[in-house]
Design a protein around this ligand. Structure first.
Ligand SMILES: Cc1cc2nc3c(=O)[nH]c(=O)nc-3n(C[C@H](O)[C@H](O)[C@H](O)COP(=O)(O)O)c2cc1C
Length: 192
């Protein structure tokens, strides 16, 4: 297999791994740094490099778990408070080796449309998850409503907003089978 085939294999093999599948084996700081280094190679229009990451680790995980669960208690979207849901929000964080808060720094001069900056952040997250996969680190991008309150937990710069959370950990089995409809159904070739 040549190097480019390996890229395709990592792309196609990567699956979202959810915290209930995480093992107790802790992901090292070094692995997390490697993932963030790959994230930083994402493209961006005018090289605004809008991705920002806040790595929640060690003791701070318990604080984040409590913060998120309390946000759910304050505003249980779609109905009444459920203790089971409260506990599961906490457990997702505490089962993770780290939670990376995914943020976007809006270009101060707004030289490019906001969607391009969101797209660039998404590309950075994909780089991060592919590198993680190649290192045996699983994870997934979660976008709960309480991400909008994250400025109560971390300091955000002016123009910085939260696009979600990347929960990560080692895992024994990814669980989900890959599901994609054929790429050919989403592609039109225009030749003339
Ligand atoms: C921008 C974005 C937001 C996502 N938000 C959530 C989420 O809030 N909850 C969730 O369970 N999965 C979320 N996911 C993960 C998807 O569920 C997952 O990628 C999808 O099921 C396909 O599985 P795969 O990643 O294993 O291919 C999100 C993925 C992306 C790219």
């Amino acid at each position: 297999m040549n190097e480019l085939d390996i890229v395709q294999r990592v792309i196609a093999d990567r699956r979202s791994v959810f915290p209930k599948a995480f093992s107790s084996d802790l992901v090292t700081d070094e692995n997390i740094e490697q993932m963030l280094e790959s994230a930083n190679w994402a493209p961006s229009h005018k090289l605004t490099e809008p991705w920002r990451f806040h790595v929640v680790r060690d003791e701070a995980l318990a604080r984040l778990a409590h913060f998120m669960a309390e946000k759910y208690r304050e505003d249980p979207k779609g109905g009444h408070f459920l203790q089971k849901k409260y506990d599961s929000i906490k457990a997702k964080v505490t089962r993770s080796s780290a939670v990376i808060i995914i943020c976007m720094q809006r270009d101060p001069e707004e030289r490019v449309p906001e969607w391009e900056e969101q797209a660039a952040v998404a590309m950075a997250v994909q780089n991060m998850s592919l590198r993680g996969w190649s290192l045996g680190v699983g994870g997934y991008w979660s976008t709960p409503p309480f991400r909008k309150a994250i400025h109560e937990f971390i300091d955000l710069s002016a123009g910085e907003s939260c696009l979600g959370f990347f929960y990560l950990g080692h895992f024994a089995q990814a669980g989900q089978p890959p599901v994609r409809s054929p790429w050919q159904e989403k592609v039109q070739w225009i030749r003339e």
